[in-house]
Design a protein around this ligand. Structure first.
Ligand code: PLP
Length: 406
């Protein structure tokens, strides 16, 4: 991985923060954007901008073609044959809400249940919980011990009453890579559809929906070098048809009259209103950018960096690395004896280091692990070994300083 060359594509990586070169280790929250993606977005507004699906004029057609090409690129990126299986949303949260309200809610009712795991980000937890609550159904959460999902319990809970299982591909707290193939096979053995929350997984080698055989896949653009406010919901054709539109407006209808409305076809009936077409086009450019570097190369380098980071942190006195029994990628969370994560993140910021502190929008798993807050480092393929070494020195200094003060 030629990180030196790659970094030239990311203008923000040359910034200084608090008079130090920026070391950006908060990629789990959002990744940085390469120049090519920004230029693609700007170019669309400079040369092709018009609303999609609305007009017959030249620009509208150009804009529509570019948007549909982005849908095709997205489909290819996740190994899907038909671009009509790609719904553009505003992010993973939006995709999961659409599914919870449009697919699960109408099927849930007394006796029926939706199953998630304790690992889940609030975005793959609260929408299902609330859908079950509104419908009078049951919300079942499979427990986690350390960083290990209780697969026996999962097997027991998956039954004829289960409407859907929704599970993350990678935990945003522990970095744990879940055994998705095994989980999906378990659900399919009982005829239960599976939604995969791939928000943390897309930039580590991507996801192939054919190999996974999941019914739905949700992810965000801004966690894979794309713009914020973009995202995707993929679905198998027969399942997408079953989603009831939950947002209504222009672009998604067939016939509207006083008494009722009929809806257009998938994907358009699930994309009410003007889509974020320039963002979606830029997201497709981000996918092409990653393809050019090589998905396997990206995944391999991120794994190397994560392993080095984890080993470095484990070697520090009073530092507990969360998890470690299961394989992980690109997320290392720690707790440091006698030091609050918020204070540590604030002091690291003075060294120009961007790290995340807090509950990481995953209160249930933090509570289970026995923490209110953790400090999280999440490297990406444009990070370097040298940055990890600087982080290690900054951690030593910051922890010593905070222990002295507190
Ligand atoms: C595992 C996981 N799922 C879902 C989300 C929600 O993503 P977004 O806020 O982009 O919708 C996140 C964001 O951190 C995440 O890590």
């Amino acid at each position: 991985m030629n990180t030196e060359e790659i970094r030239k594509d990311f203008p923000i990586l040359s910034e200084t923060v608090n008079h130090r070169p920026l070391i950006y280790l908060d990629n789990g929250a959002t990744t940085q954007m390469p120049r090519q993606v920004m230029e693609c977005w700007t170019s669309h507004y400079c040369h092709q901008n018009a609303n999609v699906h609305r007009g017959i004029h030249y620009l509208s057609e150009q804009s529509t073609l570019a948007h549909e090409a982005a849908r095709q690129t997205t489909a290819e990126f996740i190994g899907c044959d038909d671009s009509r299986q790609i719904i553009f949303t505003s992010g993973a949260t939006d995709s999961l809400n659409l599914l919870a309200s449009g697919y699960a809610f109408p099927r849930l009712g007394p006796g029926k249940k939706v199953v998630v795991t304790e690992f889940e980000h609030h975005s793959n937890y609260v929408p299902w919980q609330q859908a079950a609550k509104r419908a009078g159904g049951t919300f079942t959460v499979i427990p986690v011990e350390g960083d290990v999902l209780d697969l026996e319990r999962l097997k027991k809970e998956l039954d004829e009453q289960t409407v859907i299982l929704s599970v993350t591909a990678i935990s945003n707290v522990t970095g744990t890579i879940l055994p998705l193939q095994q989980i999906i096979s378990m659900a399919h053995a009982k005829g239960i559809p599976v939604c995969v929350d791939a928000a943390q997984a897309m930039r580590h080698g991507g996801m192939n929906v054919k190999e996974l055989d999941c019914e739905f896949l949700a992810f965000s653009g801004h966690k894979m070098l794309g713009p914020s406010g973009t995202g995707v919901l993929y679905g198998k054709k027969e399942y997408l048809k079953e989603i009831q539109p939950v947002r209504f407006g222009g672009g998604m209808v067939d016939i509207v009259d006083l008494k009722d409305t009929t809806f257009g076809e998938v994907p358009y009936c699930l994309e009410a209103g003007t889509p974020n077409y320039a963002g979606d086009i830029a997201l497709a450019e981000a996918m092409q950018y990653m393809n050019k570097i090589g998905l396997e190369e990206i995944a391999a380098w991120e794994k190397e960096l994560t392993d080095e980071l984890e080993e470095t942190l484990r070697g520090m006195e009073g530092v507990t690395v969360i998890g470690g029994k299961q394989p992980k990628n690109s997320v290392v969370s720690v707790s440091v004896d006698g030091v609050h994560p918020y204070d540590l993140a604030s002091v690291l910021d003075k060294f120009g280091i961007a790290a995340r502190s807090g509950n990481h929008c995953a209160q249930p798993v933090l509570r289970k692990l026995g923490y209110e807050s953790l400090l999280r480092f999440s490297p990406a393929f444009y990070n370097t070994r040298e940055e990890i070494h600087i982080l290690a020195q900054a951690m030593e200094k910051s922890v010593a300083m905070l222990r002295k003060w507190c």
